[in-house]
Write a protein of this length. Structure first.
Length: 256
């Protein structure tokens, strides 16, 4: 399911707002296009710290891969290099990333990955979430599991990502070097699924506006013209026509 642009407000869960404040300060200075940005920070009337974050338009990674199909090695490199770079930064302590689930790793309409993590010290943290670096590594593994298994660089990448899952920053950097060596990055070309508010058969573009099918469709959708600017619902008009036909037939038989 495709997501729409939304603003999420994270509120400190107790009087100790330092974890949320540190996360917001890091996000304000170290944010890139692969992390959801902070748009506002302040305090609520009761004094609790609140941070507003803009979640971008995007599709959860697994759903995006279902739409994209098996990614080429170059596309896998494009998707996973930012994930590994962020994971290495988090494990080295250069940026604070909260907890997340795989559904919080999105692919935006331009084909870039974005993490919408949940900051520490808030009520929004879910019990099933994991630390940000591990989720990023799991997301990278998901991408490579969809890639061509016949690629000669695939075994090294798979092994390196597996070792990095519970390793430190150096293990993640080693996995990053194997990913970069696998192929040159290629742009992600895909068409995200559009929202359809009305489900049905689309109109035939070749059907003329005054053709029989087009006129019949207008009657069904908008009703039958009746009087000055009025329309009678098609179902009521149809019932009326049937009744009228029945009465006419009865009168003919009676008169006959």
């Amino acid at each position: 399911m495709q997501m729409v642009t939304d603003h999420v407000r994270w509120v400190a869960s107790d009087t100790d707002d330092q974890p949320l404040l540190a996360w917001a300060a890091d996000r304000a200075t170290a944010v890139g296009r692969h992390l959801a940005p902070v748009t506002a920070i302040g305090r609520l009337p009761g004094g609790r710290l609140a941070v507003d974050v803009q979640c971008p338009i995007g599709t959860p990674l697994a759903t995006a891969l279902d739409t994209l199909g098996a990614p080429t090695t170059g596309v896998a490199v494009t998707l996973t290099v930012p994930l590994l770079e962020l994971a290495a930064a988090e494990r080295s302590g250069s940026v604070r990333i909260g907890t997340a689930g795989l559904d919080d790793v999105l692919v935006d309409d331009a084909g870039a990955v974005v993490l919408c993590d949940r900051p520490p010290g808030t009520d929004g943290v879910r019990g099933a979430d994991e630390d940000g670096a591990r989720v990023l590594l799991l997301a990278a593994r998901v991408v490579w599991e969809r890639a061509d298994p016949r690629d000669p660089g695939r075994p090294l990448v798979d092994e390196a990502i597996a070792e990095a899952l519970d390793g430190g920053a150096e293990a993640i950097r080693a996995a990053l070097s194997h990913v970069r060596a696998a192929a040159a990055p290629r742009p992600v070309r895909w068409e995200p699924a559009a929202h359809e508010l009305l489900v049905g058969v689309p109109p035939d573009a070749t059907e003329p506006a005054d053709g029989f099918v087009a006129v019949a469709r207008r009657f069904v959708e908008h009703g039958v013209p009746f009087g000055s600017g009025r329309r009678l619902p098609f179902r009521r008009a149809l019932v009326g026509a049937v009744v009228a036909a029945g009465l006419t037939a009865a009168a003919v038989f009676t008169l006959g």
